[in-house]
Design a protein around this ligand. Structure first.
Ligand SMILES: [Fe+2]
Length: 246
């Protein structure tokens, strides 16, 4: 068999995904982000042909994702500590079309900047009323919404006195399994941006696309502040995505 393999000739008329746009995504090797020195591939990637597996997506079925899965402040005896926020937006194709019925997953640190994870043991408190994980499915217009608390910053030893800006991790499936993309959403005007090599590994002109906007309009009176974050999967306005993260 020749390498790379050629596209199938079965006659199936499969959609073809456009390649990523240059100048949007972080390079696989970002030396300031030290763990990429170990995990970045040494050889250039090989483009594989898009077969049925590459263009078909997860079928979630009814009832697998519940409405309460999008509210990270529920399910415990008390409300979690911290500033309650609503994070909402749309999942869009590069041409502006919404991506409906697509799985959106998030994970984040608690308000003190600590994850509920075995390897996170820095001296900030765990919150017994918060696990930091949520999921939802976009509606007919590609919209999603989560209720959560604003995560805290945390140290991560990448360099001396390294702190991650407050962020929420997002996983998107788009329209297929192989479109699965992972990014981070940041908050406006974070003073930690300048020293964070993960945020700065994205090309300068694309970094603003990772920052949510405060939305007074979406704020829920006497309950929660609100931020909006639209995610563009492809094209010149694409949200920068990453191979790995802290
Ligand atoms: Fe993180």
């Amino acid at each position: 068999m020749s390498w790379p393999p050629t596209a199938p000739t079965s006659g199936a008329d499969l959609p073809q995904f456009r390649p990523d746009t240059d100048g949007t995504h972080p390079p696989l090797l970002s030396p300031e982000y030290t763990s990429t020195r170990l995990r970045a591939p040494l050889k250039p990637p090989v483009d594989l042909p898009q077969r049925l597996t590459e263009v078909s997506g997860p079928v979630l079925g009814d009832g697998l994702v519940q409405p309460e899965d999008a509210d990270l402040t529920r399910g415990y005896a008390e409300q979690p500590a911290g500033q309650r926020i609503v994070v909402s937006g749309r999942l869009l194709e590069g041409d502006g079309r919404p991506v409906p019925h697509s799985l959106v997953e998030i994970w984040q640190a608690n308000a003190a900047g600590r994850y509920r994870h075995d390897r996170d043991n820095w001296p900030a408190p765990l919150d017994p009323n918060f696990d930091g994980m949520g999921r939802t499915v976009t509606d007919d217009d590609g919209r999603y919404s989560f209720t959560t608390v604003k995560p805290g910053a945390y140290p991560w030893k990448n360099h001396h006195n390294a702190w991650r800006p407050a962020h929420i991790h997002f996983s998107l499936f788009g329209r297929s399994f192989t479109q699965r993309l992972v990014t981070q959403m940041y908050f406006p005007d974070d003073p930690l941006f300048a020293q964070d090599p993960i945020f700065n590994s994205a090309p300068a002109q694309a970094r603003d696309r990772m920052i949510a906007k405060f939305s007074l309009q979406d704020t829920q009176p006497d309950w929660a502040l609100a931020f909006t974050f639209d995610i563009v999967l492809r094209g010149s306005d694409a949200t920068p995505f990453e191979e790995g993260s802290a």
